[in-house]
Write a protein that binds this ligand. Sequence first.
Ligand code: SF4
Length: 373
Amino acid sequence: MAASLGNIKEKVSAGAVLTRADAELLYRDASDELLSELATVARNRRHRADAATYIVIAIVNYTNVCVAKCDYCSFYKLPHQAGTYLLSVPEICAKIDALEALGGTLVSFNGGFHPKLRIHDYAAMFRELRTRYGARMEFFEMTVAEFMFTCKLSKVSYADGAALLRESGTRWVTGGGAEILDDAFRRRHSPGKYSVEDFFSAQQAILGAGIGSTATMVIGFDETLDERMNHLERLRRFQDESNGGLTSFLCWTYKPWNNSLGGNEVSVGEYLRWLAICRLFLHNIKHVRTSVLTKNEEALRGLKFGADDFDLPTEDEVTQKAGATISHEFEPILARARQEGFEPILRAPFAPALGFEPTMKRPESVSHSATLA
Ligand code: SF4
């Protein structure tokens, strides 16, 4: 049967899996109101209708040295250029302490493809940080893309690299470095960042070692709808193949300042429409997160387009260099969630989908009067 908005609506009400043609039709033809309505049906099947969870997070960029040369990146420096840095452990700790003072409990590390950092260096650094902070802080220790680079550089397989990290205490890697998981897109913009199949083989090795991981997507470069759908389709298949191994999905928007690609940022309206498509198409990913980092308070409108969770970021040089603005005034952001009709609930980091529980507790005292779940 040819897809129509009417039968897609029935499928969503019945909890049926949408086809690619359904998603494309929705994206092209559905009104904002219909997308919001359908994404809310799908969201509320798995989450409280009147609440959204959030966490305070620092994205710590421990190095800006990178040899990948993605044309959309505003952050990296080549090793010989002026202004490179590689933070020491005390410098990283100062950032973590600053996060803790703001009520934060999660650090997501994101550097570049540093040509001198081997997998053992990462393992040693993260072991030291985990020992120092114990159960007070959770760490997302690198992105999948960085993991791939350092494994290749260190001449270890992804399976061996992931096992080494796990033995050193790593619990999480993020699905960062995905952007658009389409090989034509990657050849155009980030040929140093590996093929789609290579990316998913690294994800598989990470999950196989008992490390949690996530799914990400960035929109707003020059990607086509076909390329976006290739990303979602491959991701959904991986999630099926890994028995729901990826814990959450975060989509954010490309920031076009200070890089060689340039262009224009996608509007909030476009972001919300795409967020709804992601919630509806990715039926097998429980948590869909909206990006305060790139859309500020407007991101909270995403809770009406399928998202159930958000970050309050305290720093991220990568996106700040590209034009993102970060506020440590959390109350207006939380107030916006309430204004949209959702009680914001401070949470601990999600438990990875692989069977081990978070060791940390939610903070007992935070300065932004959040409700603890
Ligand atoms: S996006 Fe990441 S991998 Fe690409 S150049 Fe920037 S730091 Fe390097």
